[in-house]
Ligand binder design. Structure first.
Ligand code: ASP
Length: 594
């Protein structure tokens, strides 16, 4: 096929912007052919660019040359069209598309390029495997939906930059080739050619750099920054992902919260969503008791309570105190099979004691009745504030199951049950944005395998001042000045007020089992900086991909990342990771083990 040259022709309009008011104008459009319909003397082309689609008419009687070229055209060919905008006859107006009242009578058609038949149609709703979409990402990204998402992301970035700048934050770029920073995951390593046997690490976050910027007097820093974590991948994790990273000196937590809440309000205004401020603040202990999760979805009720069974009942039932109870409003009608499923789910989450009570007008029905007596069951139901028509779920751990962390296990199981109930009873309403701050996290968690304490956030997080004296004597009881931002059951950010005093930093390292030598080896540069007049400081990092995905109504962050990797960390389009030439390895002084 003979192709035309674009020459010096300049597009006058985008396809999606043509309206009735353009009728009579001569326009030059350029884009991809989305569809071709051949009616003999008339050939209709749907011409697409990133703004939308317009119908182009190639009429043999207007131009035999245009018509002949149009006969050759297939989907995704690239064309330039010059012609006149005309009103469509009223019976062919298409109210489905914004340009549906007009069409363009083609007078000139430039065939700019051909295209292979695409492996899937370039449409909003396609039923094709994600693998095919990722392999041919250039075609997938052509779809309107993806165009929308990436443009939304761009506008969100502008909003972040404007907002943070208005609050006195400066964007500073921090290095990608660096030393390992401690965020608890595995590092991606980059071998050095000049220093054989030495490696850079790609940053898991700019944590230490942003703290050093505070030491250096930059006062307020932010960065929209790529972070790299070589984790065992879960469905919606990416080995490289983006954070809005924030740090400020002399921070008051509430000031930081307010800045971030305002940012969320502005971001969600981009999708015309209203955000209620201030966001609720709940302590870690409270959310674990009530919602069984440190990232609870607050869009529906269903709140657990920890209660003690009546005198002697724990022994009779062989269950540990306290148990947890949940009122499920109006679900006394639950079928046996539905309750069985919940019990299975509880077991699968290591909560091995499960029961229920159905509250009627005068009677109460529960397998516990026979063992404990009706009065005791009534007391339990009253403890859950259940009334007629409600179901009460009871969850616990059998006594004797002596594994550690029983309360955590019970809480985690209760959280899973709560989410399952919300799904089953269809309680999660779309279009509602339930933000909250979870505060006062424990400073440490006990690592059973390693038999030592690990930092729950990271080792630079400050303990609460009032807990400092317990640091060595009762680490498990120390709370951190750490916080998470949660939206609709997803953690979308986390941060803390940091340790700014070397003496406290040393004590925390020591609780973590890090000898002064080890600490020096890993973060010597940072410890040196810490001794040079470190102001109190703190910050947060927001999970930018997740926030954009929520705004775009997508459940997977891959939908809002231009070139994501699969769940097994592979880039299907460029086929990375890939082997490299032996010469490259040689230069790096690397031998690959078989
Ligand atoms: N660097 C931390 C993270 O990436 C966030 C923070 O503490 O600011 O999770």
């Amino acid at each position: 096929m003979k192709l035309d040259l674009l020459g010096d022709r300049q597009r006058t309009h985008y396809c999606g912007e043509l309206r009735k008011s353009h009728a009579g104008r001569t326009v030059f459009l350029a884009g991809w052919v989305a569809r071709r319909r051949d009616l003999g003397n008339l050939i209709f082309l749907d011409l697409r660019d990133h703004t939308g689609v317009i119908q182009v008419v190639c009429n043999r009687e207007v131009s035999a040359e245009v018509h002949a070229k149009a006969e050759e055209i297939r989907a995704e060919y690239v064309v330039g069209i010059e012609g006149e905008v005309v009103l469509r006859p009223s019976d062919t107006v298409n109210p489905q598309i914004s340009t549906g009242e007009v069409e363009v009578m083609a007078r000139t058609l430039l065939l700019l390029n051909e295209a292979k038949t695409p492996p899937f149609p370039i449409e909003d709703d396609i039923r094709t495997s994600e693998e095919a979409r990722l392999r041919h990402r250039y075609l997938d990204l052509r779809r309107r939906r993806m165009q929308h998402h990436l443009r939304l992301r761009h506008r969100a970035s502008l909003t972040v930059r404007e907002h943070m700048t208005a609050h006195g934050f400066v964007e500073v770029e921090t290095p990608f080739l660096t030393r390992s920073t401690p965020e608890g995951a595995r590092d991606y390593l980059v071998p050095s050619r000049i220093h054989h046997g030495h490696f850079y690490a790609l940053p898991q976050s700019p944590q230490l750099f942003k703290q050093i910027l505070m030491i250096a007097g930059y006062d307020r820093y932010f960065q929209i920054v790529r972070c790299f974590r070589d984790e065992d991948l879960r469905a919606d994790r990416q080995p490289e992902f983006t954070q809005v990273d924030v740090e400020m000196a002399f921070p008051q937590r509430d000031v930081l919260f307010d800045i971030i809440e305002q940012l969320m309000e502005k971001l969600f205004a981009l999708i015309e969503a209203k955000v209620r401020r201030p966001f609720p603040r709940l302590s870690y202990d409270e959310v674990m008791e009530r919602y069984g999760s440190d990232k609870p979805h607050l869009g529906f009720g269903l709140e657990w309570k920890r209660v003690n069974l009546p005198e002697g009942a724990g022994e009779k039932l062989h269950v540990r105190q306290p148990i947890k109870v949940l009122r499920v409003p109006g679900w006394a009608t639950a079928a046996r099979s539905q309750l069985d499923k919940l019990q299975d789910l509880a077991r699968a989450n290591a909560a091995d004691w499960f029961s229920y009570a159905k509250v009627g007008d005068s009677e109460i029905q529960s397998p516990l009745g026979k063992i404990l007596g009706e009065e005791a069951v009534r007391t339990l139901a009253a403890g859950a504030e259940a009334g007629a028509g409600d179901l009460v779920l009871l969850l616990g751990l059998k006594s004797g199951s002596g594994a550690p962390g029983p309360q955590q296990r019970l809480d985690a199981a209760s959280g899973e049950l709560r989410l399952e109930l919300a799904r089953k009873l269809d309680l999660i309403k779309p279009g509602e944005w339930n933000f909250l701050w979870v505060v006062d996290f424990p400073m440490f968690e006990y690592d059973e395998k390693a038999k030592r304490f690990a930092a729950m956030h990271h080792p630079f997080t400050s303990p609460r001042e009032e807990d400092l004296e317990k640091l060595e004597s009762d680490p498990a009881a120390v709370k951190a000045r750490a916080y998470d931002l949660v939206l609709n059951g997803s953690e979308i950010g986390g941060g803390s007020i940091r340790i700014h005093r070397p003496d406290i930093q040393k004590r925390v390292f020591s609780v973590l089992g890090l000898t002064p030598e080890k600490a020096r080896e890993r973060f010597g540069f940072f410890l040196d900086a810490l001794e040079c007049g470190t102001p109190p400081h703190g910050g947060i990092a927001l999970g930018y991909d997740r926030i954009i995905a929520l705004m775009a109504g997508e459940s997977n962050i891959r939908e809002v990342i231009a070139f994501p990797k699969t769940a097994s960390a592979v880039d299907l389009m460029c086929d990375a990771p890939a082997p490299v030439d032996p010469e490259q390895l040689d230069e790096l002084g690397i031998n690959i083990k078989n």
